[in-house]
Write a protein that binds this ligand. Structure first.
Ligand code: ACO
Length: 372
């Protein structure tokens, strides 16, 4: 009888040199997330994840130019978005659109490292455009496809809202993108690695990852957090609603983590941003409710907020509708997924675990005419 690690808990599935979780801290290529959140920026982190070191000025400039150059999406993919049902979930639209990008990339099935890095650049560049385009199209507006900014956060907000964003909004989104960019063998990254472990192409890997990220136990939790806050409505109702939810044995979204038991190091940065930004938009009650929920869930269940909890009110403060929260997570994690796919290809072995069979045995085949 073998021991089953349900949910692969505690299983070390491969070696990786991309990100590490150690003593409750998160590191990208050996640099701690606190330093990166305070001093770095998204494009620098993308370079770091892909190449294993921080870029020189010229390398960073070159990456930013490449991202700007690759930001446009093929007309046929835009046409696909135009025809999508307006009530389709943005994560479903993004998953479908990213899959469609492969059809128009002549290098989609070219498996050299250089081609894979070019595809990674295209994906990080085009994902913000796809998300912003869908936001505008579903409101019956024309997408904005041209912006001058080579900064992902600024370009995205300009395309999404149709106006030049305030520097504080750009800074907040940039920091959120840095904090979400990679996270070791989380479910979506592992899904990407399983897919490319068969030597399927890079697009197939990120489409698998997008599917895994969508679920509410993973990236989909940020949308559910905002839904919960909106349903609670006022700080006075927090206590009753949270207690009732826990009594029904339901989960409080944005709490708990498979690896972090003493708190998620990304959450405190998002908490600070949430306090500042909710006050700035004149809706401090979202932060007050979040803090009250944090205290109550901590006291009743001993659970701490994860990355998704305070990111919800940060994105809300940036004027982003809640069903776009997970696509924004994806926009950042695209960097980590592609870094892991490159690492998987570089030293590949098919990922194929075993199952402990618990079904019936020695069952005889009954011909169809004899079945009751
Ligand atoms: N609310 C209430 N109870 C919880 C929560 C929660 N958010 N999270 C864990 N628990 C409880 C479970 O009910 C279980 O209790 P029990 O032993 O009495 O049955 C115990 O804590 C352990 O839970 P597991 O599900 O075994 O923990 P696991 O490591 O499998 O799950 C997960 C981790 C999925 C993140 C879980 O904490 C959860 O569902 N959280 C809510 C969803 C969420 O916020 N997901 C985002 C995670 S971060 C990310 O992916 C980006």
């Amino acid at each position: 009888m073998t021991t089953v690690a349900k949910g692969l808990e505690g299983v070390v599935a491969a070696e990786s040199a991309i990100s590490a979780i150690e003593n409750g801290m998160l590191f990208y290529r050996g640099i701690d997330i606190d330093t990166l959140a305070e001093r770095s920026n998204f494009e620098e982190v993308v370079y770091l994840l892909w190449h294993g070191r921080l870029p020189k000025r010229s390398e960073l400039d070159a990456l930013r130019s490449a991202l700007l150059e690759e930001a446009r999406v093929p007309d046929d993919v835009l046409e696909l978005l135009r025809r999508a049902p307006k009530d389709a979930h943005p994560m479903s639209v993004l998953r479908t659109a990213v899959s469609a990008l492969a059809l128009y990339d002549p290098e989609a099935d070219v498996m050299t490292e250089a081609a894979n890095i070019r595809k990674a650049v295209r994906l990080v560049a085009k994902t913000p455009t796809l998300i912003a385009a869908w936001h505008r199209l579903r409101q019956g507006k024309e997408p904005i496809l041209e912006t001058e900014s080579a900064f992902t956060a600024e370009r995205f907000l300009a395309m999404f809202h149709g106006q030049k964003p305030e520097p504080e909004a750009v800074e907040a989104l940039d920091k959120a993108l840095v904090l979400h960019a990679d996270h070791e063998f989380n479910a979506s990254t592992f899904a990407a690695r399983v897919t490319v472990g068969t030597l399927a192409d890079l697009y197939s890997g990120v489409v698998s990852a997008l599917g895994a990220l969508k679920g509410p136990l993973h990236g989909g939790a940020n949308e559910q957090v905002m839904k919960m806050l909106e349903e609670i409505g006022t700080p006075e109702r927090v206590e009753a609603v949270i207690r009732e939810t826990l009594e029904r044995k339901e989960r409080i979204m944005g709490f708990g983590h498979r690896v972090y038991k003493q708190g998620d190091p990304r959450a405190r940065h998002l908490k600070r941003m949430s306090e500042r930004l909710t006050a700035k938009i004149g809706e401090p009650h979202w932060f007050q409710m979040s803090e009250a929920i944090e205290a109550l869930v901590g006291a009743l269940k001993g659970l701490k907020p994860n990355v998704d909890f305070y990111s919800a009110t940060v994105y809300h403060s940036l004027g982003i509708p809640r069903d776009f929260f997970t696509p924004i997570f994806a926009m950042s994690r695209m960097a980590g997924w592609t870094a892991h796919i490159l690492e998987q290809y570089a030293d590949n072995r098919l990922i194929r675990p075993r199952a402990e069979y618990v079904g019936p045995k020695n069952v005889s085949y009954v011909p169809i005419e004899a079945r009751g």
